[in-house]
Design a protein around this ligand. Structure first.
Ligand code: MLT
Length: 267
């Protein structure tokens, strides 16, 4: 389905169980809502699942950037308005996690629970900021193929790199991202705020998930977040790297189910 938010056409997949809590799934970079296929399938019946493509990603419009995490958060609040969901459990992987922290800062009254997957709270270092600009120039010159080649080995646990069922959809997803959107997203990643001071302000049930072999946002990042959030539960996913929901949905989905019931009890 396509929804117009803040002047941008946003593509959204929804599994509608209207009497269940809303679960907003926010994808990472340079990806789109198809990274949540196994959750759309496996969690159907547990929640009203809403999985958008952020602006610049997937099938949504890709206006010129740079984008920002705050802008993505405001897009998502407007999307929830359009879909008539007053509150949602807000879950994000990696860049999606940066958006979730911005969403909590800007729209806390809309948040029933939080899931932070394979992400971190800290901002980019000066070296990683410079790296974002180099990547943006290379993508402009050579296309998104350079990203796929560079990122695939870092996104997955080593043992999953030979698993076509995981590598084929992931590579395809990266290759179909629009250049304008990738460049806009790199600007948002580069300029994002440090979210460390946001963590102790979180008052809703929270789950922190990390693939045990995540090479991009390793276990130590997840542990630092979990200790800063009151009552947060940390779940380490075996046989998974940075893309834990794709690599081991059999371990990720039950953690979601438990969080959904914690939220329902707290309501
Ligand atoms: C992601 O997976 O969303 C990105 O790798 C995040 C980042 O580069 O900081």
């Amino acid at each position: 389905m396509d929804v117009s938010v803040n002047g941008v056409r946003m593509t959204v997949r929804e599994r509608s169980e209207v009497d269940r809590p809303a679960l907003l799934l926010v994808h990472g970079f340079p990806l789109d809502n198809r990274m949540w296929d196994a959750q759309l399938e496996g969690l159907a019946g547990q929640a009203r699942i809403i999985a958008p493509d952020l602006r610049g990603h997937g099938l949504s419009d890709a206006p010129p950037g740079p984008y920002s995490m705050d802008q993505h958060a405001d897009d998502l609040a407007a999307l929830l308005d359009q879909l008539g969901a007053s509150k949602a459990i807000v879950a994000g992987l990696s860049m999606g996690g940066y958006v979730v922290l911005a969403f909590w800062r800007r729209h806390p009254e809309r948040v029933a629970g939080i899931v932070l997957l394979d992400t971190r709270a800290e901002a980019d270092t000066p070296a990683s900021k410079a790296g974002r600009d180099v990547t943006a120039s290379r993508v402009r010159e050579a296309g998104v193929g350079v990203l796929a080649d560079e990122m695939m080995p870092k996104l997955l646990a080593p043992q999953n790199l030979a698993d076509e069922q995981i590598t084929a959809p992931l590579r395809e997803m990266i290759l179909r991202q629009p250049v304008e959107g990738v460049v806009g997203a790199l600007g948002a990643l580069r300029d994002r705020a440090d979210g460390t001071s946001t963590l102790p302000t979180i008052t809703v049930p929270t789950l922190v998930i990390v693939g045990e072999e995540d090479a991009i946002t390793p276990l130590a990042d997840a542990e630092r977040m979990a200790v800063q959030i009151r009552g947060a539960q940390l779940v380490i996913i075996p046989q998974a790297g940075h893309m834990s929901p794709m690599e081991n949905p059999g371990a990720v989905n039950p953690a979601f189910v438990e969080l959904i019931s914690r939220v329902s009890e707290a309501a």
